[in-house]
Design a protein around this ligand. Sequence first.
Ligand code: BGC
Length: 529
Amino acid sequence: MPAPARAFRTTGPDWWRDAVFYQVYIRSFADGNGDGVGDLAGIRARLPHLVELGVDAIWITPFYPSPMHDHGYDVADPRDVEPVFGDLAEFDALLAEAHDAGLRVTVDLVPNHSSHAHEWFTAALAAGPGSPERARYLFRDGQGPDGAEPPNNWPSVFGGPAWSRVPDGQWYLHLFAPEQPDLDFTNPEVLADLEETMRFWLDRGVDGFRIDVAHGMAKPEGLPDMLPMEDTGLLDDHGPGDHRFDQDGVHEVHRRIRRVIDAYPDRMAVGEVWVSDDDRLAQYLRPDELQLAFNFKLLTAEWDAAALRTAIEHSLATVEGTPAPACWVLSNHDRPRHVTRYGDGNEGTRRARAAALLQLALPGVAYLYNGDELGMPDVDLPDEALQDPIWERSGHTERGRDACRIPVPWSGTEPPYGFSSSPGTWLPMPEGWGPLTAEAQAADDGSMLSLYRRALGLRTTSPALRGDAVEWLPAPEGCLAFRRPGGLVCLVNLSPAAVPLPEGEVLLASGDVAGGTLAADTAVWLRAG
Ligand code: BGC
């Protein structure tokens, strides 16, 4: 008899409201076929890790056919699987096994741009100026006497101009790499194709989408110059002077996306919306738009009580008045990992442990990035190992995002630590990571992995973590303290000195609390007495 399927922790249309999602950066999670690159088979093999960890759902970064100029975010065919990662049968098997294990599966949707290897772009180049094929993208004539200047002054997020010229003299827009031409969402064919892609994956049974550059897609009429900016910053929000993102027209695209999702039961979408103004961000969370938008304020805040409190307050203010819960993120594949942001080494790890309890005590949705549960730091790679297009595009002034994308260490004491059967992993793994492996940490009660497992267990079982409100409590200088309606008190000590432990039953602590004090860089969950 087959083993009984494990049920989803929560069911119904709002199953995601307090879910913990786990981001699988597919290249770096687990390699099932020994080519040094993570894949769908690797994810299948590691599902037990995710079940034991206690997450509700996974988000898999793009695994579609791609020439990999931006490691899969340059999609050549959004309705198939890149052979490096597997095939559609492998995806179906993964989906079935994950569901059977009680895990939901969400996938990345990359609507803003395609790959230059997409058949539409090839056709656009062949068809020439003024053709319907070009009208799926943003081709324009250049400025200056012979059109030799780009149509406007927009910079690419990855460095250099956001325009490239084709042999017949026209230019096309690419907010990211030249190999990622932007699609024109005023063209009904573009939206229809996106809807077809969504239905393709929804029909296969995926539980939802993470929408890439969800504040892109709409461009202002006439593509006017933007306020010139020295630092175009990777996906930073530069406010209203930056015409590349957060245009009002983008909301119509989200309404169309939502209509497709609503035609299927219990599906959802989370948007990558790099918009920092609370009111502008809240617009994406209107009842007929996205169910969730990542909160990047925790991901960008310093390890500082006032900064973190401001980040939390703004995030809660954003969702207030919308149907959405907050959606907390500490790390992802685009930013330095939080162990490193918080100072690396013992200090960074101690703070990351405390931050995990902070993130997981907050009401709403939490996204973990693969390796967060192991306390992975960034790795300084030698120049010759760097692969992110940002390194080349910036003229070797920005090292890019490879440091936070190192493959996950699973077992053993030497690279590749069970990630792959091949020593030639796509990004090199450092020496000395034996203690960081999932295997070593599973056997250690005091490890980061054990902390995450306990915290996620309590999120499921303890009534103290119920209720949406956050009541701030008086706290010693440099500390944060809040209470959830269920009775949980979370105290985080960001000051340099120990502080007295408040009254109450200790449910979980990120460090030693014996002796009645909470050490610096430590957090505790208490049930108020
Ligand atoms: C993804 C990046 C990617 C970019 C372009 C982002 O927001 O998270 O990894 O480079 O979109 O698709």
